[in-house]
Design a protein around this ligand. Sequence first.
Ligand code: DWN
Ligand code: SAH
Length: 406
Amino acid sequence: MADTCRACASPTECFIDFGRMPLANGFLTPDQFDDEYFFHLRAGYCPHCTLVQLIEQPSRERMFNERYPFFSASSARMSAHFAAIARDLLARQLSMPDPLVVEIGSNDGTLLRHFADAGIRHIGFEPSASVAAAASAQSVNTLCRFFDADMARHVVAEHGPAHAVIAANALSHVADLHSVVAGIRTLLAPAGVAVIEDPYWADVVEQTAFDQIYDEHASYFTLTSVQALFAQHDLEVIDVVPQPVHGGSLRYLIAPAGQRPAAGRVADLLARERASGLHLPATFAAFRDRVTANGDRLVARLQELKRRGQRVVGYGATSKSTTVINRFGITSDLVEYISDTTPAKHGTFTPGAHIPVRSHAEFATAYPDWALLFLWNHAAEVRAKEQAFAAAGGRWLGYVPAVQEW
Ligand code: DWN
Ligand code: SAH
C-alpha cells in the first residue's frame, strides 16, 4: 500500500478505482483459471509534485519473469523509434573513447542491438527471462536482473561509469523509484546523459487514455514530478522532448546537476504544467467521469453489434486491454477472440475475462465485421497494414480518446 508519494513523500489522494484486476500480461491456459491472481487496481495523485501512482502493485517478480510476453520488436514503429534514439546518441553523445551504454528494461534488445552492431560497450538490465533470452540470442549483452542502486555500484566497479543510460517505458514500471534514480546517478559519468522516456500523464488525461493504468505502470509522470524526483539525487532535467509514441510520451534528458545548461523548454513546460490543473481534484474528477462514460458507451455499442449479429474481434492483446476489458465487463460474448502477432500469446486466454487470443493469420483468413482496436497507440501502423480488411468492408471500433468508428 502506498498513501505517500513515491517521488516526494507528500500525502496522495486516491482518484480512480478500477476494482479487482488480474495482471495485464497474465495470459493463461484453462488449467490456470482457478489459481488466477488478482489485486485491487487504484491510482492516486500527489497534489504537491503531480505524480500519479498505483496505490497497490503486485510484486515485481510476479509481473516480470520468464513468462513475460511483451516483446518490444512487436511494433515496427517502435523499432524505428528506438533505432533513432541509438543513432542520435551515437552521433551526439558518445564521441569519447570506448563509451559505455546501459539500458534499464532492455527487453528483447531492440534498442541495444544498435550499439552492439556498432561495437559499443553496452549492458542491458532485463529481469524478464523470456525477453532477455531473445536479446542474448542477438548478441546483446543482457543481465537478467532488476536494475537498482546496488546493481549500479556493481557496474561502475566492474566497467567504470556509463556515458549514456537509457530507460524507455521502464522507470514507470518501478516501485522503488529512489533506488533506481540513485542508481542512475551512480552510473553516470560527469559528461554522461540519461535518456528517460515514459507515457506523459498530461496526454493520458487529455486523451482519456485510462487503460494505460494497469499493474505494470506504477507511476505516471509529468515533468514536474520527474524534476522533483531527480533533483533529490543530484540530477537535473536538461531537456524535455514530446514524443508521439504510446499515445503521447515525454523524453527527459538528464545530466548530473550543474554539468550542462538546461534548454528553455524545460522552464516553459514546467510553467504550462503549473497552469494546467494537473494537481487539482477537479481535473481528476472530470477524467474519472469521462472514463466511465466512454467505457459504458463502448459496451453499449458492442451489445448493439451483437444484437445485430455482427462479428467483433479484438485487435491487439495489449496490456492496456486488460484494464478496459475487466473494468467494463467485456466478455467473449461481445468480442469473439483477440488477434495478436505474439506467438507466446496464441492459444492463451486474456487475463480475467478469458477471451481467446489467436494469431493474426486467423484474423486475416476470415475477417470479422468489426475490429475493436485495443492497439490504439499504434493506430497508424495498424491502419497501414490492414488495408485489405478495410477494402473487404471491415470496420474499426475505438475507445480512445472517445468511442468512435471508421
Ligand atoms: O509499458 C509497456 C509498453 C511499452 O509495452 C509495457 N508495460 C507493456 C507493453 O504494453 P502493451 O502490451 O499495451 O503494448 P503495445 O505495443 O500497445 O501492444 C503490444 C501487443 O500488440 C503485442 O502483443 C503485439 C500486438 N500487436 C499486434 O497484434 N499487431 C502489435 C502490433 C504493432 C500489431 O500490428
Ligand atoms: N524498453 C522496452 C520495454 C518496456 S516494457 C520498450 O520500451 O519497449 C518494461 C520492461 O521493463 C519489461 O521488459 C520489464 O521486464 C522491465 N523491467 C521492469 N522492472 C525493471 C527493473 N527494475 N530493471 C530493469 N528492467 C525492468
